[in-house]
Ligand binder design. Sequence first.
Ligand SMILES: Nc1ncnc2c1ncn2[C@@H]1O[C@H](COP(=O)(O)OP(=O)(O)O)[C@@H](O)[C@H]1O
Ligand SMILES: [Mg+2]
Length: 334
Amino acid sequence: MTQEKILEINALKTQFKTKKGIAKVVDGIDLTVYKGETLGIVGESGCGKSMTSLSILKLIPEPGEIVEGSITLNGENLIKKTEKEMREVRGNHISMIFQEPMTSLNPVISIGEQIAETIRQHQGLGKKEANKRAIEMLELVGIPSPERRAKQEPFQLSGGMRQRVMIAMSMACNPEVLIADEPTTALDVTVQSQILKLMKNLQEKLNMGIIFITHDLGVVAETCDNVAVMYAGEIIEQSTTEELFKDPKHPYTKGLLNSLPKIYENQDKLVAMKGNIPSPNVEHKGCKFADRCPIAQPECLESRPSLLSYENGEYQVRCFVYEKEHSRKEESYG
Ligand SMILES: Nc1ncnc2c1ncn2[C@@H]1O[C@H](COP(=O)(O)OP(=O)(O)O)[C@@H](O)[C@H]1O
Ligand SMILES: [Mg+2]
């Protein structure tokens, strides 16, 4: 099966001008999303996952701005689009769900009305039709007694039910791409697992491309076809999920995998390895990970490694040490 590209991001850079200088929160990112597939973006808190997703929708808060790169949806560059055109993109082509549904739901309007309103705006349906479709959507996302639930306000629902409502809303326009930014982080493990299954089901039905953002490698294993590992605004490794778990290449990825808990617990978080992500304000001459890296060489402090492709593009790694190791292997086989 040939994969069909739906969204392509090239050399994307997003920056904030701050009192402490320029914060490079997204620092030259390349990503490709295919129809019917899930691309995971994984990395510690603060590495730029949310800024990447907000950049794709051009929802970066002031004074942040995209300073470079392209975002191509169905062959059209979103960077060139006006705010009005972007609203159309957000309504009909790319949807987003966030970690905390309470902040995106209106607390005093029934969930049925909120979904119906979204449907009316984006599909131009009449009130009655939209209400009917809203109830169908609630049913689709597995909310029991959808007619009764539609009349309830968000606070009357559990966290898991609210996240289902958010999914229903984001699906209402049949998006081609769904960006899910830590959609299950606030939920307990059982509910999390149900929500992930639900998203998979909807993806199969609608052939959506999904960008799934998480700090949790366990969730990546369960959910994603491909995965990009982010560190300090950059991608440091990218491959299929299978390859990443079988044979991680970058020392940061190895560190993340080593910190995975063997048994799941409710609050499982990445047990961060020694040190912290550098602030996006800091200028780096060398590799951004060098000061935490257990195998850093002098050259790693001298210049920035690029994200290189290996094995005909099967995976990508941004690491001098890996690059050398790989070429040594090639020579000894060659
Ligand atoms: N409004 C802002 N101004 C300046 N820096 C910001 C702003 N919002 C976020 N950042 C910085 O951008 C970086 C990436 O943040 P974010 O994308 O939210 O990380 P993640 O989602 O991976 O936890 C962080 O260093 C954060 O402090
Ligand atoms: Mg985030």
